[in-house]
Design a protein around this ligand. Sequence first.
Ligand code: SF4
Length: 299
Amino acid sequence: MSAKRGKKASPAHPHEDLLRMDRIPHIWCAGCGIGMVFGCVLSAIKKSDFPLDDIAMVSGIGCTGRMAGYIKLDSYHTTHGRAIPFATGLKLARPKSRVIVTSGDGDLLAIGGNHFIHAARRNIDITILCVNNFNYGMTGGQLAPSTPFGAKTTTSPIGCAEDPFNFCHLAAASGATYVARWTALHIRRLTDSLNEAMQKRGFSFVEVLSPCPTSFGRRNKMGKGLDIVKYYHEKSVIRNGIDPSEATLDFNSALVVGKFVDIERPTFMDNYKLVAKRELEPWPAKDKKAAASGKQASK
Ligand code: SF4
């Protein structure tokens, strides 16, 4: 529709200002949840008070990784499983950047699993968004470390014989300072959580349960995208503040969502500055008498 003379044309999309419109239409399948999640990411960025020039998005390979190609900010579409090392380098080289990694479950926690646990252990000051659709969607619907026991994928056609990771528990046990999980239909909660995660100093992690009707949903006869996301939403039970080890995903009873961790601890850069300035406390700690006589304190 053409705009009336003298009136400003309305945007084709409410987030047009943050989208590379020359890349649209996107590649996501009809009914996929990633578009809804991407909308929440863009809303969270607008809600945050960070200058847009200081925000960067980094992704690996996969359907979720396409977000980095569509956002009109500094962005890097990197190699499979390696978004976190790229994001770490970017953050250390330009500490004022607010770096967001967007990744799928296979990319982030299988191929990139080692990077994930060590970045959390080091408390690298970045935000990680994991869109969990329980399989490798783009590469053909293979089994991922999130695939539920018994679920069918192209590489587990009879049923998955492995127990999946609880990503939130893994993130918390590895040292993350912020951990939350929502579904793609928890639009407001997810947006608020992403905004909180971006404000957090340290390794912040947000998981989103999202439908993949083309691969995972079709093989497990879960219906269309809307049926699946409604199912996830209706099965979800909000339990803020619980121990992440209890935040289980049981498709026969409840999918536990909520904000589980929000703590403070020194970031990698905080600790690195102490080392660089030679301000570390002696290790192992000595008591004053032993330190004065130059002897190691006995246990
Ligand atoms: Fe979405 Fe699955 Fe299609 Fe990928 S394959 S775009 S995750 S529905």
